[in-house]
Design a protein around this ligand. Structure first.
Ligand SMILES: [Zn+2]
Length: 224
């Protein structure tokens, strides 16, 4: 699906990735679950590109549904990978960047689903931080948005008002909200990150899970 010319959304099992035509190769936002790389590359080919044109992979956070495809995608393309220091370390270990606080049934369900979240360690992610600019849509600003995970990043394109928010927010009942408590590492940081992103007044928010949200600046729901 094309969001604006040169920006596409690929929805795969459990994960969403975004493809940006930078005119000097492709930028990918997140990299899907383990085993999704072939489907991602086929989807890129269907958009009319050669998957070998992949140059940059921007990681919002190191959960398995966002980084499972990193190693094979890099092997196929030689793309550079960018993440925060905390998430880059987690990716290098092939582990989550924080302890999971699941209990009871959710814990059991997650345990059963854990093969889907497996991550092959990747050691070569380049560390980026607040304010760095990465290739795509006239320049993608790194916005540190901890909460869901300690090192979560979002990426904002001021030229088009597009914000790639990963899992730093959730969309339900027509509103952009904090991620669900069950999957939030730090509630206060998540709220601060939501406020910070609302202040960017994005036109379009592209989430790690859920629909593309248009007129996004009108849809933030921020508790007092
Ligand atoms: Zn996710």
């Amino acid at each position: 699906m094309e969001i604006i010319p040169g920006l596409y959304r690929i929805v795969d099992f459990l994960s969403t990735v975004y493809v940006i035509d930078t005119q000097e190769g492709l930028t990918l936002i997140d990299a899907g679950i383990a085993g999704s790389h072939k489907r991602i590359m086929r989807a890129i080919a269907r958009l009319g590109y050669d998957p070998a044109q992949l140059r940059h992979i921007l990681i919002t956070h190191a959960d398995g549904d966002h980084v499972g495809g990193v190693v094979p995608l890099v092997a196929a393309s030689g793309a550079r990978v960018y993440a925060s220091a905390i998430e880059a370390q987690a990716l290098a270990r092939g582990q989550f960047s924080r302890p999971l606080r699941l209990r009871g049934l959710p814990r059991l369900l997650f345990w059963l689903a854990r093969p889907l979240y497996r991550v092959t360690p990747f050691h070569a992610a380049e560390v980026v931080r607040e304010g760095d600019i990465l290739p795509g849509l006239g320049g993608l600003q790194v916005v540190e948005t901890p909460g869901h995970t300690p090192g979560h990043l979002s990426f904002f394109a001021p030229a088009s008002g597009i914000l790639f928010a990963g899992d730093s927010m959730a969309y339900h009942n027509g509103k952009l909200r904090r991620p669900f408590a069950l999957v939030t590492w730090d509630e206060q940081l998540a709220l601060a990150s939501l406020r910070k992103q609302a202040a960017l007044q994005p036109q379009i928010v592209c989430l790690g899970h859920g629909p593309v949200v248009y007129d996004a600046f009108q849809k933030f729901s921020i508790p007092d």
